[in-house]
Design a binder for this molecule. Structure first.
Ligand SMILES: [Zn+2]
Length: 229
């Protein structure tokens, strides 16, 4: 790849995630300031949805940081960042409901979530090792080009992980929206805003997956060029 197209490519893979990050931050900070008419904190929202779904065994705890919210399937705990845990905002309700969406997926044994969990250890190791093989393979391409192929296979596992994350995230958000609407946690007017917050958050996963796919394709392209020489 010559320098011109490469710079364009580099700009794309840097700008896509950056745009997604800015979008989620601006959307979140807008709706974090808007209180819900029901006046429930994120912690109360999570508890309410958990109990309504027979998940009284799942606990809700406060976690430091901004947007550090997550569900831990090992400890059966919904972690909510301080603002979402305490405040009663549209954004907080949406995020809390989304994390509970993961807890419901866990309870139901949702296939994509199980597959994603199974991939975690493999994906961690393979992502770390992939670049070692790719770089050595590229540097010594005349004798060791097959090492690149090993790197590409390892990289592909990481890409698979990013792609499997997408249905897990979209499904948690759609469960979240169903729950907060049917349980009357947000009003009809607030529904659209809550959806905006969750869609913006989902875009960060789409951006990460898109970049991962592009990187994989670039490596495959380099490998086929090297192999042809
Ligand atoms: Zn999620």
């Amino acid at each position: 790849m010559s320098i011109g197209p490469y710079l364009i490519y580099l700009a794309i893979i840097v700008l896509i995630p950056l745009w997604a990050q800015l979008k989620v931050k601006s959307t979140y900070s807008r709706y974090e300031k808007i209180p819900t008419s029901a006046g429930m904190s994120g912690a109360e929202v999570a508890r309410r949805i958990l109990d309504a779904n027979g998940l009284s065994n799942v606990s809700v705890v406060e976690t430091k940081g901004v947007l550090s919210d997550h569900y831990n399937p090992m400890t059966k705990t919904v972690h909510l960042s301080t603002a979402n845990y305490r405040k009663h905002s549209v954004a907080g309700a949406a995020v809390a409901a989304h994390e509970v969406g993961h807890a419901i997926q866990d309870k139901e044994g949702y296939a994509a979530l199980r597959f994603r969990h199974a991939l975690v250890p493999v994906a961690n190791i393979s992502s770390n090792m992939a670049w070692f093989f790719l770089i050595i393979g590229m540097i010594f391409s005349t004798v060791l080009s097959n090492l690149m192929l090993v790197g590409i296979i390892l990289l592909a596992v990481g890409v698979l992980f990013q792609i499997v994350t997408l249905p897990v995230e979209f499904n948690a958000s759609s469960r979240a929206m169903n729950q907060i609407v049917t349980l009357g946690i947000i009003s009809n007017e607030e529904e659209r805003d809550a959806r905006k917050v969750l869609n913006a958050a989902a875009m960060t996963y789409v951006a990460a997956a898109a970049v991962a796919v592009l990187e994989l394709l670039r490596m495959i392209l380099i490998f086929t060029n090297i192999s042809r020489d």
